[in-house]
Design a protein around this ligand. Sequence first.
Ligand SMILES: Nc1nc2c(ncn2[C@@H]2O[C@H](COP(=O)(O)OP(=O)(O)OP(=O)(O)O)[C@@H](O)[C@H]2O)c(=O)[nH]1
Ligand SMILES: [Mg+2]
Length: 285
Amino acid sequence: MPRYAQLVMGPAGSGKSTYCSTMIQHSETINRSVQVVNLDPAAEHFDYPVMADIRELIQVDDVMEDDSLRFGPNGGLVFCMEYFANNFDWLEESLGHVEDDYILFDCPGQIELYTHLPVMRQLVEQLQQWEFRVCGVFLVDSQFMVESFKFISGVMAALSAMVSLEIPQVNIMTKMDLLSPKAKKEIEKYLDPDMYSMMEDNSIGSTKFRKLTKAICVCVQIDDYSMVRFLPFDRTDEEGINIVLQHIDFSIQYGEDLEFKEPKEVDEEPSNLNYDEIFQDKVDT
Ligand SMILES: Nc1nc2c(ncn2[C@@H]2O[C@H](COP(=O)(O)OP(=O)(O)OP(=O)(O)O)[C@@H](O)[C@H]2O)c(=O)[nH]1
Ligand SMILES: [Mg+2]
């Protein structure tokens, strides 16, 4: 039986940890078992229970304090992730061998991890060897997406993670609840984007900048990659969360191999049940 994983990625502060805790709460309400692994060695707090925490293996603070290494926070994080990649047996031990499990990996916010460092790809390959079907979930803060050139930069970031990881990926615009009604209306066009209309966006001031945006739009419009789409994510909207989960489940075929459970047998009605008497009792009282 396969196992299932979501690799929750995205720029710093885009809402990855909040997404994980929202998903945990949601899966509790729909009676599904989902667990989270913290893969951020610099995490200070998160409000979900973890099944494993990379900080048990290595912490950024320890790396930064090490006199022989002398790393700052970003270099320290890269060092931690490379150390992690050399010690996947720690993860294997922490995950155990549970068939059919569904795990969210809350990743760090350094964008270079998804664009050109090999560690996330190594993680994906390792998870696949352990029979996980992995879906990338790429989060971008919706507040930074309300103008076309910002939206395009979000598309480029998502695209570069997609290309470098080569797994199904669902892209999400987070913090939709923070948008003003005007911004919400504005952002609708980015949820079903039409690159050609963006190329004509007159709000982009300088001609040079407009030309650059246009050139990038043409590039993103290439057939293979025009699938960069975003789903809205509002942590207060149960229905919307469900739609996001369905997209992800579909991309990793979650549920297709689940065993069919017989419905519980309903007790047969006792043969001596007298409806007239019951009805009469109700009328009397
Ligand atoms: N209102 C609102 N706030 C959110 C939402 N998602 C995240 N936030 C807030 O945004 C901030 C950052 O959220 P996190 O979940 O810590 O983001 P992150 O991507 O895990 O951050 P790093 O791990 O530091 O990269 C926190 O103050 C959250 O409370 C959301 O959907 N709505
Ligand atoms: Mg986080």
